[in-house]
Ligand binder design. Structure first.
Ligand code: PEP
Length: 249
């Protein structure tokens, strides 16, 4: 089975105003011709304008969360259908900032993944261990349990990716060694194979956590790494593009 097309996605988190759309335009210009699929996941209120601006550029626009229901009395929440309606093609789900700050369990994440699929959005499902869990030798069981619990059966045959994001590496400047990344990605791949069989080989497994221009090439070329989920370094076009180009370094 052929290796998946790498995906490099920027997670803007709660950063960016309409003035930041110039960065997205610069990313689209600089990413033209990249062998990777490139995506930007801005705050929900920027998705409409950004997706119209980037239409035809090849750069995809995604959301950062959805509710698990399609519509209803959920004040302040946004549904997957709403994101798709304004041009989103992908959505980040189960990010550790949602798991910890909003008490999202694997079961909730799985319901959100199912909602994203109903709306035609491609989910990027995040998993990752805390430093305490890693130090206790539990990184692999914690992460593989998250993979089992966060991926609903409805994903069979659908495009999606998994992002391995060690919680302690996010926004900290710390990264696991290449060997540690490869070990975790291999464990995730094996867990995907339990559920999806040979089709698991086609699922991109992204690495996320303090990816920057200086470490991107090594990370992106590690075994089983199918791209990157990039937080802070995706806010500036020059840094994000340097990461996209590192794929070809
Ligand atoms: C993230 O939050 O998904 C992330 C990877 O952040 P950073 O790159 O800033 O560590």
């Amino acid at each position: 089975m052929t290796a998946p097309v790498p995906l490099i996605a920027g997670n803007w988190k709660m950063n960016g105003l309409r003035a930041s759309l110039v960065e997205a335009a610069a990313i689209a210009e600089g990413a033209a011709g990249s062998p990777a699929r490139v995506a930007i996941c801005p705050p929900a209120v920027l998705i409409h304008q950004m997706s119209e601006m980037l239409a035809g550029s090849g750069v995809l626009v995604g959301g950062q969360d959805v509710h698990w229901e399609d519509a209803g009395a959920f004040t302040g929440d946004v549904s997957a259908q709403m994101l798709a309606d304004v041009g989103a093609k992908l959505v980040i789900l189960g990010h550790s900032e949602r798991r910890s700050g909003h008490r999202e369990t694997d079961e909730i994440v799985a319901r959100k993944v199912a909602a994203a699929l109903r709306a035609g959005l491609e989910p990027i499902v995040c998993v990752g261990e805390t430093l305490e869990e890693r130090n206790a030798g539990q990184a692999s069981p914690v992460v593989t349990d998250q993979v089992r619990g966060s991926l609903p059966a409805a994903l069979t045959g659908q495009p999606f990716s998994v992002a391995y994001e060690p919680v302690w590496a996010i926004g900290s400047g710390l990264t696991p060694s290449t060997a540690e990344i490869e070990e975790m990605h291999q464990a995730i791949r094996a867990t995907l194979a339990e559920r999806f069989g040979p089709a698991a080989q086609a699922v991109p497994i992204l690495y996320g956590g303090s990816v920057k221009p200086s470490n991107a090439a090594e990370i992106l070329h590690a075994a089983q790494v199918g791209g990157a989920l990039v937080g802070g370094a995706s806010l500036k076009a020059a840094d994000f593009l340097a990461i996209v180009r590192a794929l070809q370094a």
